[in-house]
Write a protein that binds this ligand. Structure first.
Ligand code: G6P
Length: 607
């Protein structure tokens, strides 16, 4: 979703705001804008399209200031345009606001304000909020913001500046992320930490229905009743190099190559004798042994990681596991009790649907665990039970390293619950420990020889449709392979459970359609062999991800991509890698914007 940044201090604000926006651009790139205070007056500048358009405007007419807020937009209400771009202003041009989220009751407030004489120039919900602040302004901007926020429904992270009180930024949040960065003689706001990471690592996390008043030398946090709040300052360990491409052409490629390290990090220190330790999780083995049902809720790539986890949990923890995409789950009326464990998987920790469905389940008494990559993100406040996937900052919109880290976390959890319930033998547990620790080196090996994947990309990048087929844990890999391809190359791609082919999708096959098959060794190997024969008989172009040394498919496959053997339940950690690379090379060959695909956003904080 949208990204926001704010700076107040002694330095020139525009370069800081612009570099912050470039680190946030992955959150949205429909338009961008800045609201600054120049010579005691509000100065807004904004442009439709990518940040480079705003940068060009600033080069034409440079702005000198030491206070400002900036925004990069992912459009919700109102098409991407100069007018709808943030910041938005009050009638007199004295108050300026940037906003991430949706003001749901904006139409009724707008009508009221129009009767009072306010004029609106955009189609956005956001503009209503700045006029409401103008309406409530009686000499104290923080008070006007507080009063206005009590009126609005929906979600927001906002930054407000005004010429009436030029030495202040007022910010607030509800269900949209907001972090404060504390510097010396300067302070920052950001939708996430990378926004200001080159300047400070000292942060305060703002919670829902809280507002902050920043000057260059102070940060005060209040709740919406006006009561002052003390919040601890935390030091983050990410460094700003993580937000750079480190010589790779794209963030996505860099992140694919980081996977040996991010999986090793996620595994580090987790094995403790014949048990798993997860320090950030309060649930004990006795609590886990008491669970008789598990529900997993997630969106997008995280949902696919959940399916891998479901299969593992069913097999080794012997508990029934249900899975639902969070956008469906939140509107169901699920049956839950304190013997149900609900697991939310979300790399950002901010996905609105995942947050709400998780919150609802907790409210109904379920036990809870959140798997996330972002310390301090919204989901970490919903539960005392976390599993942190130490994948580091992911900037490419298409998730890669966070997927394999989520799968790793789910396997660790499966092993832990299996031990707690006594459903996995010590021998199997130890075997998985060994197998898991082999994964980083095996991925390294795949990444050392990417030529076969590149060749397949070169041959088929013009195809109109792609199918991905897998069985068992190869099925979520097929779903993820198809999602990656459509996200960044805009080729129509479908992932199917291979056994479902004959119930419809087989009709799509002809000699123009590449079919990617997940063919590693495991219990469904023979079945997959039959499926490949079926598609080959219909003249499809057959591409196989097979184990090194396996020749059983050779006569049925047009293209072969090899991965090393690993225990079948862990195979998604390897078979996914060539599919990530395949979508990357195809998108790059088609000259698409790999890191910022059209219409998508890294973290979806609206419904
Ligand atoms: C967006 C991203 C996907 C991601 C999904 C869930 O759609 O583009 O890559 O998988 O959100 O995000 P989360 O942060 O909850 O894992």
């Amino acid at each position: 979703m949208c990204g926001i940044i704010g700076y107040i201090g002694g330095k020139s604000a525009v370069p800081i705001l612009m570099s912050g926006l470039s680190r946030l651009e992955y959150r949205g790139y429909d338009s961008a804008g800045l609201a600054t205070i120049v010579d005691g007056k509000v100065h807004n500048i904004k442009a439709k399209g990518k940040l480079s358009n705003l940068r060009a405007l600033l080069e034409e007419s440079p702005v000198q200031c030491t206070t400002g807020v900036g925004h990069t937009r992912w459009a919700t209400h109102g098409a991407p345009s100069d007018l709808n771009a943030h910041p938005h202003c009050d009638c007199k041009g004295e108050i300026s606001l940037i906003h991430n989220g949706i003001i749901e009751n904006y139409l009724s407030i707008k009508k009221e304000l129009e009767t009072e004489g306010h004029t609106f120039i955009s189609e956005t919900d956001t503009e209503v909020l700045v006029h409401l602040i103008e309406h409530n302004y009686k000499g104290d901007i923080a008070e006007a913001v507080r009063k206005s926020l009590l009126r609005v429904e929906g979600s927001y992270a906002i930054g407000v500046v005004t010429s009436k009180e030029p030495g202040k930024i007022v910010a607030a949040r509800l269900d949209s992320p907001l972090v404060i960065g504390l510097g010396r003689g300067e302070n920052f706001i950001g939708s996430d930490i990378p926004a200001f990471l080159p300047y400070t690592r000292r942060v305060q996390h703002i919670q829902d229905r809280e507002m902050v008043v920043l000057t260059d030398s102070s940060v005060e946090i209040f709740d919406l009743s006006g009561k002052k709040i003390t919040r601890k300052v935390t030091e983050v360990h990410w460094d700003s190099a993580m937000a750079e491409k480190a010589g790779y052409r794209h963030f996505m490629l860099k992140e694919i190559y980081e996977q040996p390290r991010t999986i090793a990090e996620t595994l580090k220190g987790r094995f403790d004798g014949d048990d798993i330790t997860i320090e950030e999780m309060k649930l004990t083995n006795t609590d886990l042994a008491d669970v008789n049902r598990i529900v997993i809720t997630a969106c997008g790539t995280a949902y696919h990681a959940g399916i891998v986890g479901k299969y593992f949990l069913e097999e080794y923890a012997r508990i029934p596991v249900e899975m639902d995409v969070a956008s469906e789950y939140r509107y169901r009326n699920p049956v839950l009790d304190d013997k149900t464990l609900v697991i939310a998987i979300t790399q950002s920790g901010e996905t609105a649907d995942t947050l709400v469905s998780f919150r609802n389940a907790i409210a109904q008494g379920a036990k809870s665990i959140a798997i996330t990559n972002v310390v301090g993100s919204s989901i970490t406040r919903e539960t005392p039970n976390l599993i942190l996937t130490r994948a580091g900052l992911e900037i490419g919109v298409a998730a890669t390293k966070t997927f394999t880290a989520q799968v790793t976390a789910m396997i660790l959890l499966g092993l832990k619950i299996g031990r707690a319930r006594g459903t996995i033998s010590v021998e199997d547990f130890r075997m998985f420990r060994e197998e898991l620790h082999k994964v980083p080196a095996l991925i390294e090996k795949i990444l050392q020889d990417i030529e076969p994947v590149r060749t397949v990309a070169r041959k088929y990048y013009k195809s109109r449709d792609f199918l991905f087929l897998g069985r068992s844990v190869g099925y979520p890999v097929a779903l993820e392979g198809a999602l990656k391809l459509k996200e960044i190359s805009y080729i129509h791609a479908e992932g199917y459970a291979a056994g479902e082919m004959k119930h419809g999708p087989i009709a799509l096959i002809d000699d123009m359609v590449p079919v990617v098959n997940i063919l590693n060794h495991g219990p469904v190997f023979e079945k997959m062999l039959s499926n490949v024969k079926e598609v080959k008989a219909r003249h499809a172009i057959t591409i196989g991800i097979v184990n090194e040394g396996d020749e059983s498919f050779d006569e049925y496959l047009d293209e072969i991509i090899k991965v090393p053997y690993i225990h079948p339940n862990l195979s998604p950690l390897l078979t996914t890698i060539p599919l990530q690379l395949l979508s990357y090379f195809i998108a790059d060959k088609r000259d698409k914007d790999v890191d910022q695909p059209r219409n998508l956003a890294k973290s979806v904080t609206v419904e």
